[in-house]
Design a protein around this ligand. Structure first.
Ligand code: PLP
Length: 282
């Protein structure tokens, strides 16, 4: 199995990271997860542009271009012969004696990427999943895909401990996003999703959903919605690169709508599948 370390494709067994890597010690870095369908990356352009933007927002200038990263990642997929799976990639601010301020002069960033084979979550897509509500205790720069995920993993763990798939986070009355997904609701045929501000990660799947809503003439609005809106929603779904568009059929033990995935969510799923087919083939 091959991995990328600092721009080189090497054997995983030969890859190592220094104990004073700032990603390891501070979570000082950014990451992406890209889906691979049919041996091809889906929405790679958007993910790679987002990692450059995330890096910029933490004062880190990634030295690779989108095209350079695409070429390297495509080579990794080919070498590992991945048909259906994901690529995980991260950049940290590099290796330097532990000290909070950024290293001066700057040191080379640590760039790691590897592949994983995973199937599509077909049962969840079809039947939906359960969620809990959870106070959003995270910081105020949730638009950055940062390696710091403590708030997210603590929320997820609470969901899992409750026998659920996801934690729907809220700041006061406003629903923000899941612990590793965006949350959208359908009310009277219209899709509502939180605007892309500092309180959520602007999901690539979320953006694709907006695109297919436009193509499929599904009305939508990018506007914050409340816990009451969530409770009164006809349909609720989560979206992410790995979970795609997963219906949420129960929240804190209460049924959403009639407790089954709804028609608008299903329509969005079909349109989303078409996007995958168009970009990656079937
Ligand atoms: N929000 C959070 C906090 C996430 O971690 C993720 C992805 O894992 C998303 C939203 C969805 O983003 P994307 O659709 O780009 O995977």
């Amino acid at each position: 199995e091959f991995v990328i370390l600092n721009g080189n494709i090497i054997n995983r067994s030969e890859a190592s990271i220094d104990i004073e890597d700032r990603g390891y010690q501070f979570g000082d870095g950014v990451y992406e997860v890209i889906r691979v369908y049919n041996g091809k990356m889906f929405t790679a352009q958007e993910h790679l542009e987002r990692i450059l933007l995330s890096a910029k927002k933490i004062g880190m200038e990634i030295t690779f271009t989108v095209e350079e990263m695409k070429t390297l990642l495509a080579e990794l997929i080919q070498k590992n012969n991945v048909q259906l799976g994901t690529i995980y990639m991260q950049f940290s601010r590099g290796v330097s004696p532990r000290n909070h301020p950024f290293p001066v002069p700057a040191v080379p960033q640590s760039f790691v990427a590897y592949t994983k084979e995973i199937v599509r979550p077909l049962a969840n897509l079809e039947n939906g999943v359960k969620a809990i509500l959870k106070d959003d205790i995270r910081w105020l720069l949730c638009d950055i895909k940062s390696l710091n995920l403590l708030g997210n993993i603590m929320a997820k763990q609470e969901a899992v401990a409750a026998g659920c798939y996801e934690a729907i986070q809220h700041r006061g009355d406003i629903v923000t996003e899941g612990s590793s997904s965006n949350i959208s609701i359908i009310k009277d045929g219209k899709m509502h999703t939180h605007p892309a501000d500092n309180l959520i990660l602007n999901g690539i799947t979320r953006r694709k959903i907006i695109e297919v809503c436009e193509k499929g003439s599904i009305p939508y609005v990018e506007a914050a919605f409340t816990l009451a809106d969530l409770e009164n929603a006809d349909e609720v779904f989560l979206s992410s690169t790995t979970s795609e568009i997963t219906p949420i059929v129960e929240i804190d033990g209460k049924q959403v709508g009639n407790g089954m995935p709804g028609p608008v969510t299903k329509k969005i799923q079909v349109l989303f599948d078409k996007e995958i087919e168009t970009e990656c083939g079937s």
